[in-house]
Design a protein around this ligand. Structure first.
Ligand code: HEC
Length: 118
């Protein structure tokens, strides 16, 4: 086995061992990656202020995560991200991600969003 393959193998095994420890609380680091990979930042902005490049011209604008009081509970954010704005009687401009993100993915993203405010 080449050295590189061995290192990759060890990293993978470690990941499998450590992953279950993350499952209860979302991981901010993973959340940041997923937030950016899904393009949330396009509307919500890099720092969650609702000032992403795609937010210009949206009506309503995406709220500042830190000052919005609409869905400040984890459960509210979970539903909003999973089911989208339309289903919650809010703007359909907030897409539903239930078919793209697992519950764990969304927990990670929520942990990241909350870290932006502290
Ligand atoms: C196309 C633009 C767009 C994208 C992409 C988008 N959102 Fe939104 N989002 C919105 C808008 C607009 C609202 C406000 C809806 C309303 O209040 O009527 C919103 C609302 C929210 C809220 C509720 C905030 C509050 O306090 O009211 C959360 C949480 C949220 N988005 C998370 C996300 C996450 C996480 C992603 C990526 C997985 C994402 N959004 C992608 C436009 C977007």
């Amino acid at each position: 086995m080449g050295k590189f393959v061995k290192i990759v193998f060890i990293v993978m095994v470690n990941f499998l061992l450590v992953a279950p420890l993350w499952s209860k609380e979302g991981s901010q680091k993973q959340g940041k990656m997923k937030y950016e990979a899904q393009g949330c930042d396009a509307c919500h902005g890099e720092t969650g202020k609702g000032d992403g490049p795609a937010a210009i011209g949206l009506d309503p604008r995406p709220p500042d995560f830190c000052t919005s009081t609409k869905h400040h509970t984890d459960a509210g954010m979970m539903t909003m991200i999973r089911d989208g704005g339309a289903k919650m009687g809010h703007s359909p401009l907030m897409p539903a991600y239930g078919n793209k993100l697992s519950e764990k993915d969304i927990l990670d993203i929520i942990a990241y969003i909350k870290s932006l405010c502290s």
